[in-house]
Design a protein around this ligand. Structure first.
Ligand SMILES: [Cu+2]
Length: 298
């Protein structure tokens, strides 16, 4: 009775704590929390699928572990020297051997059936990617660049005293948070200036190596506004633990305002491409009518 009440109060406390945490900091979803189990809440469809696949595998792993544990216990109890003093001498059983070959193969086929389409979806950049983000790893900070807007920032670790003062998570917060618009497919190009780093944001389901002299590609489409944290995920040197990634997923308006505040503009880039285009079209257009009448008159 007493213990039941105690467990109930802990459960209620935990639930109210979780509720309070969500109520006060609705945006801070993309970071590890003390004592938490499972994966971080997903902010992209791909991460949702990864989470579902993880849970599916968990059932298979639990079932196999229980099955093997029960088998072992059965053998230990039923066939020990006391319970079974004169063991049988046969060594082969065709039916059992076929089963223990075919069943694991079927399990692997089912896992492949579920995982291969997911791998393809993660790796394949959607055709309708609207934005290109270039990520460059450095020892030990990140460069982020929107080449189409002419915006480039360098994100360093936010010093501990600043993080405490601003109530931001030390070792995850950066001096220059990167903004991305929600519901936008972002193509990410990843490279490195020195050693191998890895760009990883758990809530996006993104983890890609940053390799010097190479450009790796990945993508994400964040559907939930929020602040998402990641870290370099390749042992890259002495300050490996001090190059976090902080991404704010915001509305398109907020994102455009931020781009403008950084001195960049997609509008400038967009007319810049059409601007030569009308120029180009007018030149042939003026030439063509001139040429066309001349050919017709000749
Ligand atoms: Cu690194």
């Amino acid at each position: 009775m007493k213990r039941g009440a105690w467990i109930a109060s802990i459960a209620a406390g935990a639930m109210s704590f979780a509720g309070a945490a969500h109520a006060t900091t609705p945006l801070r979803e993309g970071q590890p929390t003390p004592g938490a189990l499972h994966l971080q809440p997903a902010a992209t469809e791909v991460m949702r699928e990864i989470t579902a696949f993880h849970d599916f595998l968990l059932w298979i792993i639990v079932a196999i572990t229980l099955f093997v544990a029960v088998l072992l216990m059965w053998v230990m109890v039923r066939y020990n020297r006391a319970a079974n003093p004169t063991p049988k001498k046969f060594t082969h059983n065709i039916l059992v051997e076929v089963i223990w070959t075919v069943v694991p193969v079927l399990i692997l086929v089912v896992i492949a059936w579920k995982s291969f389409p997911l791998i393809y979806r993660e790796e394949r950049i959607p055709e309708q990617a609207e934005l290109t983000l270039k990520v460059t790893g450095n020892s030990w900070f990140w460069n982020f660049e929107y080449p189409d807007a002419g915006v480039a920032i360098a994100a360093n670790l936010l010093p501990e005293e600043d993080a405490r003062a601003q109530d931001r998570p030390y070792l995850l917060a950066t001096t220059e948070p990167l903004l991305v618009p929600v519901n936008t497919t972002v193509r990410v190009l990843i490279t490195s200036n020195d050693v191998i780093h890895a760009f990883a944001v758990p809530a996006f389901g993104v983890k890609e190596d940053a390799i010097q002299g190479r450009v790796n590609e990945t993508w994400f489409n964040v559907d939930t506004p929020g602040i998402y944290y990641g870290q370099c995920s390749e042992l890259c040197g002495v300050n490996h633990a001090y190059m976090p990634i902080e991404i704010h997923a915001v509305s398109r308006e907020e994102f455009d305002a931020w781009i403008a505040a950084q001195g960049g503009s997609f509008a400038a880039a967009e007319p810049a491409t059409p601007a030569p285009a009308p120029g180009q079209t007018t030149t042939p257009a003026t030439e063509q009518p001139a040429a066309a009448p001349s050919t017709t008159t000749r």
